[in-house]
Design a protein around this ligand. Structure first.
Ligand code: 13P
Length: 251
């Protein structure tokens, strides 16, 4: 049985004061023993602080990005998977559409980042998704397949037992335009079928999250879909009340 996961991507938001408040509110509002996995992804400079703040709570911490290089060295501005583990991270988001669009994360680099994360014992959440133009011209499934092809080329079947995939239609991110449950389910089922071609049990156990304007008000119907195993939540994860309601909807 797959356990649902709700992941809160804080993106480049917050400061010491607001993050301290958010952590305190999350601890107060989230159940001590939730029936779903929960993780938050602070900006990297706040990770250590959030790990400390959430110690003893069931909420795991992850990073929003990782360097694809395996070893320490002359990579100014980058953070390695080993450093993230050392700081207390359990997950890392790779291939977010904002990084693909603005920071040159190609399909191949995203796959390398996932590989490095796995090599250090971090669970990568590999994001895929189409733009509005791609949806309009009917190439959604083709785009998703191409993004995942690069992952299949680099990860072993064993690696893929420790990944999470997040389907985030670019047109639904931060726009308030959520995919309908059936639009999302269609893509999630397609993703699972792609993995099933590699390995049936792997596909059955794979968690596929939906992301894109998830809120407490729409989480229930999205998470009720057969192939949606939780959410990758942006804006709503900065509000502890809203985020805990989304976590409850995933239970
Ligand atoms: P929003 O929930 O703000 O649309 O962002 C989704 C997202 O990009 C999560 O990674």
């Amino acid at each position: 049985m797959r356990s649902n996961l709700v992941a809160g991507n804080w993106k480049m938001c917050g400061d010491n004061a607001s993050i301290e408040k958010l952590v305190a509110n999350l601890k107060a509002l989230l159940p001590a023993e939730p029936a779903v996995d929960i993780a938050v992804f602070p900006p990297s400079v706040y990770i250590a602080r959030v790990v400390d703040g959430l110690a003893g709570s069931p909420v795991a911490v992850g990073a929003q990005n990782v360097c694809e290089q395996p070893n320490d060295g002359a990579y100014t501005g980058e953070v390695s998977a080993a450093m993230l583990v050392d700081t207390g991270c359990r997950y890392v988001i790779v291939g977010h559409s904002e990084r693909r669009a603005m920071y040159g994360d190609s399909n191949e680099r995203v796959a390398q980042k996932a590989k490095q994360a796995l090599a250090q014992g971090l669970m990568p959440i590999i994001c895929v998704g189409e733009t509005e133009a791609q949806r309009d011209d009917g190439s959604t499934l083709e785009v998703i397949a191409e993004q995942l092809q690069a992952v299949f080329a680099v990860l072993s079947a064993e690696d893929m037992c420790s990944i999470v995939v997040a389907y985030e239609p670019v047109w639904a991110i931060g726009t308030g335009k959520t995919a309908t449950p059936s639009q999302a389910q269609e893509v999630h089922a397609f993703i699972r079928a792609l993995f099933a071609k590699k390995d049936e049990p792997l596909a059955k156990g794979l968690r596929i999250l939906y992301g894109g304007s998830v809120k407490a008000a729409n989480a229930g119907e999205l998470f009720a879909q057969a192939d949606i195993d939780g959410g990758l939540v942006g804006g709503a994860s900065l509000d502890a009340q809203e985020f805990s309601a989304i976590c409850r909807a995933a239970e």
